[in-house]
Design a protein around this ligand. Structure first.
Ligand SMILES: Cc1cc2nc3c(=O)[nH]c(=O)nc-3n(C[C@H](O)[C@H](O)[C@H](O)COP(=O)(O)OP(=O)(O)OC[C@H]3O[C@@H](n4cnc5c(N)ncnc54)[C@H](O)[C@@H]3O)c2cc1C
Ligand code: SF4
Length: 569
């Protein structure tokens, strides 16, 4: 006799991917249980939008569970008590995680470009990596709907491989600020164009969320809901359907399967009480973030899946990648002691520099494959570490009245250039589990292996040289910390991890199909960046949500059919 499962779907994780999935499934009328390992988090009550750095302990330095600054909503970081990870010999990898409702969307900066047609078919263009089993045109309608649901400003200028949105979807962007016009001119002097940054921040109200008032730190989160966070949008929206049950402090340990190998539910541990529970469902969605999703699959061994779930192709844990990053700060005497022009805005960029080198690459003029972009930060709104810092308050500038005058003169004269580059997955970069190191629930932990190629190193060098040329054209002085960062990028760390359970068109070469359904367990769906088949330089979160929407709608339909046929699975 079969027993009706307690829920239609269990969604693991409440970040970008999990919340989109839960909203889609609950709106389709299915009963969803969301399990989130982190604690409950309420941005309205907990976001210190107006506090000054000096209001925080130690002037806003990090504490045990707050990184990289006390006021940043990252409860977690690279070190999480009871959840270690290890690195193989010769590898150093910083895995930044959050353990809070809403995941990293509470802390993200909201820069949300679409991938373009080339990004989904890069192997067909240059012979490296693999193509995705979907085209840009397959995903475009889901980008349209995701952008509308998220609420974004942007524009559709029509740059190569930077698709725009249909009219009426994006909200009007805020005007460029004085420093951004200056940067735009600097890049333009090298023939490099810039473009409005597609950003998940409201410039007009959307449902019960308010428009940005351009005064506070987006990085701390946004209690008025102007910056997209799942805690002020998708999660409350899903709760309002009446179909969502939410459990926080609930760490999923494994997915359980039956004798036929299908998922029957999960086992999770209560981080507060230490109790373990089993819960059943017709289907399971994993959105615990790229590496944790793969770890759960590897740890879900059973008689029907002796090597864990989704391991048949040998691709589980492979193809991981992260951003090729380079960052430089410079101070610009031309921006000193100037009148205030238009300085209002969000505390993230209004414009960015999309990749401009497709033609040179085609003509063989560059030493690397694929592209990168720059995000540029500065201006007069206080962005700790960028607009303030040692170049403002520095004993070399004098003391007392002299120092105050120097600080006023130089405020807003510093600009940060950050490069984000594409890494091509390679055989050296992968994750597995270390059976000898266990987390607090007795499960083996992630072990990282890492390597990048000469192409990525050449790309980082190119990014550095380009930034230095632009800074030079703008009359800037590179600040000393650049020497520490230099061109030593390794991609090992960063915030944009992808791969580990890539999608493909065959169970022989991929873990999930083109709607993120596990080839080996047809009622297991992945809804985070684990399914990415490549790692375009464009930040991943909009694509995570668009793919989650697509995968969750397909799952909702399958479950509706099962229910109409009276099946329990
Ligand atoms: C400071 C910062 C700035 C960023 N800026 C940008 C940006 O501008 N643009 C961009 O595209 N991206 C940005 N990112 C990255 C972006 O936040 C992530 O790509 C995105 O949030 C990933 O979504 P996710 O749902 O896959 O994972 P997460 O948001 O990490 O959510 C995963 C959730 O799963 C939970 N979980 C993990 N394991 C378990 C388990 N075993 N059981 C139950 N729950 C579990 C976690 O606690 C977490 O809440 C930024 C990130 C940071 C930290
Ligand atoms: S600047 Fe705007 S989006 Fe950013 S935290 Fe303030 S109100 Fe929110």
């Amino acid at each position: 006799m079969s027993v009706t499962p307690e829920f239609d779907v269990i969604v693991v994780g409440s970040g970008a991917g999990g919340a989109m999935s839960a909203l889609t499934l609950t709106r389709a009328g299915h009963r969803v249980l969301m399990l989130e390992a982190g604690r409950h988090y309420d941005p309205v009550a907990e976001t210190p939008m107006f506090n000054r750095d000096i209001d925080a302990p130690l002037g806003n330095l990090p504490t045990e569970d707050r990184h990289p600054r006390f006021f940043d909503p990252i409860i977690g970081g690279a070190e999480i008590e009871g959840e270690p990870y290890v690195c193989a010999d010769g590898t150093q990898y910083d895995w930044v995680r959050t353990r809070m409702l809403g995941g990293r969307t509470n802390a993200w900066w909201g820069f949300a470009p679409r991938f373009g047609p080339y990004d989904f078919k890069s192997r067909s263009r240059d012979g490296l990596g693999v193509d995705w089993p979907v085209t840009y045109n397959d995903i475009a309608p889901y980008y349209d709907r995701t952008e509308e649901m998220v609420g974004m400003f942007g524009s559709s200028e029509g740059f190569e491989n930077e698709p725009g949105s249909p009219p009426g979807i994006l909200q009007p962007p805020p005007p460029l600020r004085a420093f951004e016009y200056f940067v735009q001119a600097g890049f333009a002097s090298l023939g490099i164009p810039s473009k409005v940054a597609p950003t998940a921040i409201l410039t007009q109200p959307l449902e019960d969320r308010q428009a940005c008032f351009y005064s506070t730190h987006c990085r701390r989160g946004c209690s008025i809901g102007a910056k997209f966070q799942t805690t002020t949008s998708f999660i409350p929206m899903a709760l309002r359907t009446g179909n969502l049950t939410l459990r926080t402090d609930a760490m999923v340990i494994r997915v359980n399967t039956d004798a036929d190998g299908r998922a029957t539910g999960v086992t999770y541990g209560d981080n507060k009480t230490g109790e373990r529970s089993d819960v059943t469902a017709r289907a399971v969605v994993l959105a615990a973030s790229t590496f944790e999703t793969a770890r759960i699959m590897m740890n879900s061994k059973s008689g029907s899946h002796p090597d864990g779930l989704g391991s048949r192709s040998g691709q589980l844990g492979r193809n991981i990648a992260n951003t090729v990053n380079y960052l430089v700060d410079a101070q610009f005497p031309l921006l000193e002691d100037r009148p205030r022009y238009n300085e209002d805005g969000v505390s993230v960029p209004h414009m960015y520099i999309p990749w401009w080198g497709y033609k040179d690459q085609k003509e063989g003029k560059l030493e690397f494959t694929r592209g990168y972009h720059f995000q540029v930060y500065g201006g007069m709104s206080e962005v700790p570490g960028v607009t303030t810092g040692p170049h403002i308050v520095n004993p070399e500038l004098g003391y007392g009245a002299q120092l105050k005058a120097a600080a006023r003169r130089r405020y807003g004269s510093r600009i940060r250039f950050e490069m984000f580059g594409e890494m091509i997955p390679n055989a050296q970069a992968y994750m597995d589990i270390d059976q000898s190191v266990l987390d607090k629930w007795g499960s083996p932990v992630v072990r990282f292996h890492w390597g990048i190629s000469d192409s990525e190193r050449a790309m980082a060098r190119h990014g550095m040289e380009t930034a230095h040329k632009v800074i030079d054209r703008m009359g800037g002085v590179i600040l000393p910390q650049d020497e520490a960062i230099g061109d030593k990028t390794t991609g090992a760390g960063g915030l944009h991890e992808t791969g580990s359970a890539r999608m493909g068109d065959s169970p022989d070469n991929s873990v999930v199909n083109n709607v993120s359904q596990c080839w080996d367990v047809d009622n297991l769906v992945l809804a985070d960046a684990s399914v990415f088949a490549s790692h375009p330089h464009k930040n991943p979160t909009l694509t995570i949500m668009a793919l989650s929407l697509r995968a969750s709608e397909a799952l909702a339909q399958r479950i509706a059919v099962q229910k109409s046929q009276g099946g329990v699975q």
